[in-house]
Design a protein around this ligand. Structure first.
Ligand SMILES: Nc1ncnc2c1ncn2[C@@H]1O[C@H](COP(=O)(O)OP(=O)(O)O)[C@@H](O)[C@H]1O
Ligand SMILES: [Mg+2]
Length: 508
C-alpha cells in the first residue's frame, strides 16, 4: 500500500515520487519505467512555479525550451557523449524531459575515487571534449560545465543539463550575456556579464579537467591551481590545463587548439608507453606561435571595432598608419643614414636604386630597397592620401605576422605538426575571408597571403617542385630565387592570380 501511494504515472512512465535520483535548483530527476516496454529512463521534472522570486515562469519555460532544442540537435548529430532525449511533454505543474538513464555523475565518481590516473583522465576529458565539440561546431555553448552535469553510463561519458545551452552566432560574440554557470567553474569574466561563451566554456572545462586529475576542490576556500608532483601528471597535460584556465580570456587556448593538443598528446602516448611524456619544446613553441598569430588577428578585429566609425576598411588603414607613425622615428634615423650612403656613392638617385637592386647581399639589399621605396613615397606623396602606401602598409602588417612562420617551416620535421598547422592555417584563412578583410583596397594583400599560405603548406615537401613549376610557367626567371623573393615579386593582382593558379595546380 505504502509503495502504491508513492508511485505516480506521468504519461506512460511510472516513477517513485519519494525516491529521486538527482535534483538541481528547480528540477528533480527520477528513474522511471515505461508501462508498456518496461524500459527504464530518467525523467527530469522542471517545476513551472518556484518559490524563488528571482526565477520567473517565463525563465523556466525558456530554460526548458533551450534544453529541448539543444538536445534535439544533439540527437540529430548522433553524438554519443551527450545524453539522449527520447521525448518531452508538460502538464499543468511541470515540464518533463524523458532522458536516457545514466549510472552516476562524474562528481559522484570523483567522490569515490578522489582523483584519476592520467590515462583515464585523458580518456574522460577527450569524451567530454568530443561531446561538446558537436555543439561548438553549431555555435551552441553549454555554459554550465561541471562534474555534476557530466554523467557516466557503461564507462561512457554523457553530458547533461542543457538549460543554459544556447546558440550564439556572430563574428565576435564577446558581448553582454546572461550570467550562467556555477561558482568555482565559471570564468572570471562571467561575473561581469560580458564574455565570449566559447572562452568561458573552455575555462570551466579546464577546471573540470583539473578536478579529474587532482580531486574535487572546495571553491569556498581560496583555490589555487597548483600541480603537485606526486600526482604524476605529464607536463603536456598541465600545460593544456594551464592554457585553459588562464584568468584573461584572450590568453586562453581556443577550442580547436585543445583538439590539436589532444591529438599531439595521443601521438606521444602511441610512440612509447614506457617513455614518460616528454614535452617537445619545438612543438610547443610552434603551437604558441600559431596561437599568437591567431590572437593577433582577433586583436586587430577587436581594435578596429573600437574606432568610432563604421567603415572597417578605413579603420584598418587608420590603424596601420597609426602603427606606422609610431615607428616613424626609427625610420627617420635610417633615412638620414641612407641619404648619407647615397651621397657617398655619388650617383644620382635613380642609378642608386638600380645599383642596389643587384647587390649580392640579400639582407642589405632588401633593407635598402625597403628604405628607398619608403623614401620615394615620402618624397612624392602625402602619407594620408596615397593609396599605394596604404596598400603596402596593409601588406607589411599581414606579411610581418606570417613570414617568420614561413621560415620556420622550412626546418620543420614533424609530420604531425604539419597536419595540426594546416588546421590552424585553415582557421586563419577563414578569418581572412571575412568581409572586413575582403575589400577592394586589400585584395592584393589577401592574395599574397593566400599564396604565402599555399607555399607554407607545400614548401617542406615540394619546395623545389614549386620553384620548377613557377619557372616553367615563366613566373620566375631565376631558379635560385627564395620564396621570400617570390612573394616580393608579386606586385599586382594579375600576377598574384597566376601564382595562385599555379600553386593550386600543384596541390593535386
Ligand atoms: N539522464 C540522467 N540519468 C541519471 N541521472 C540524471 C540524469 N539527468 C540528471 N540526473 C541527475 O539529476 C541531477 C540534476 O539534473 P540536471 O539536468 O543537472 O538538472 P539541473 O538543471 O537542475 O541542474 C544531475 O546532477 C544528476 O545527478
Ligand atoms: Mg545540473
Amino acid at each position: 500500500m505504502e509503495q502504491e501511494s508513492n508511485a505516480q504515472v506521468l504519461n506512460d512512465y511510472v516513477i517513485n515520487k519519494n525516491n529521486p535520483i538527482g535534483s538541481g535548483l528547480n528540477s528533480t530527476v527520477f528513474k522511471a519505467k515505461h508501462v508498456d516496454t518496461n524500459k527504464y529512463v530518467a525523467l527530469k521534472l522542471l517545476r513551472k512555479q518556484t518559490h524563488d522570486n528571482n526565477i520567473s515562469k517565463e525563465m523556466i519555460s525558456k530554460i526548458y525550451q533551450q534544453e529541448v532544442q539543444a538536445l534535439q540537435l544533439c540527437n540529430q548529430l548522433n553524438s554519443k557523449n551527450i545524453v539522449r532525449l527520447f521525448s518531452h511533454f508538460e502538464n499543468c505543474n511541470e515540464y518533463v524531459l524523458v532522458l536516457e538513464l545514466c549510472e552516476q555523475s562524474l562528481m559522484e565518481y570523483l567522490q569515490q575515487k578522489s582523483h584519476l590516473k592520467e590515462e583515464e583522465a585523458l580518456d574522460i576529458f577527450g569524451q567530454i571534449y568530443r561531446g561538446l565539440s558537436y555543439l561548438q561546431n553549431q555555435k551552441y555553448y553549454h555554459r554550465d560545465i561541471k562534474p555534476s552535469n557530466i554523467m557516466i553510463k557503461d564507462s561512457e561519458i554523457k553530458i547533461i543539463d542543457f538549460g543554459f545551452c544556447k546558440q550564439i552566432i556572430g563574428v565576435d560574440n564577446l558581448k553582454q550575456h546572461t550570467r550562467c554557470g556555477t561558482f568555482g567553474y565559471e570564468a572570471p569574466e562571467v561575473k561581469f556579464g560580458v564574455y565570449e561563451p566559447e572562452k568561458s566554456d573552455i575555462y570551466s572545462l579546464g577546471v573540470v579537467y583539473y578536478e579529474i586529475l587532482y580531486g574535487l576542490q572546495n571553491f569556498h576556500s581560496k583555490t589555487e591551481f597548483t600541480y603537485p608532483q606526486e600526482q604524476n601528471v605529464s607536463e603536456q597535460t598541465t600545460t593544456l590545463i594551464d592554457m585553459m584556465i588562464q584568468e584573461q580570456a584572450a590568453n586562453r587556448i581556443s577550442w580547436q587548439q585543445i583538439g590539436q593538443f589532444l591529438d599531439a598528446i595521443k601521438n606521444t602516448q602511441n610512440i612509447g608507453c614506457h617513455q614518460k611524456y616528454q614535452l617537445d619544446e619545438s612543438l610547443k613553441e610552434k603551437y604558441f606561435t600559431l596561437k599568437k598569430l591567431l590572437q593577433d588577428l582577433k586583436k586587430i578585429r577587436k581594435e578596429i571595432k573600437d574606432f568610432p566609425s563604421e567603415n572597417l576598411e578605413l579603420l584598418l588603414i587608420k590603424k596601420l598608419i597609426f602603427d606606422f607613425e609610431s615607428t616613424k622615428l626609427e625610420f627617420e634615423k635610417q633615412k638620414i643614414e641612407l641619404e648619407q650612403q647615397l651621397k657617398i656613392m655619388e650617383y644620382d638617385f635613380e642609378v642608386n636604386i638600380l645599383e642596389l637592386k643587384i647587390l649580392q647581399n640579400h639582407s642589405l639589399r632588401t633593407k635598402l630597397n625597403k628604405l628607398i621605396i619608403d623614401l620615394e613615397k615620402e618624397r612624392y606623396i602625402s602619407l594620408n592620401e596615397n593609396k599605394e602606401l596604404k596598400l603596402k602598409l596593409c601588406n607589411d602588417y599581414f606579411i610581418k605576422h606570417y613570414n617568420h612562420l614561413n621560415e620556420e617551416l622550412f626546418n620543420e620535421q614533424s609530420e604531425n605538426f604539419q597536419q595540426n598547422l594546416e588546421r590552424g592555417i585553415k582557421e586563419f584563412l577563414t578569418i581572412l575571408q571575412k568581409p572586413e578583410y575582403i575589400t577592394s583596397d586589400n585584395s592584393l594583400q589577401i592574395k599574397q597571403l593566400r599564396i604565402n599560405i599555399l607555399i607554407i603548406q607545400y614548401s617542406d615537401k615540394y619546395f623545389e617542385q614549386i620553384k620548377d613549376h613557377l619557372f616553367k610557367n615563366n613566373l620566375i626567371t631565376n631558379k635560385e630565387l627564395s620564396m621570400v623573393d617570390i612573394l616580393d615579386d608579386i606586385k599586382n593582382e594579375s600576377i598574384a592570380d597566376q601564382f595562385e593558379q599555379c600553386l593550386e595546380k600543384l596541390r593535386f
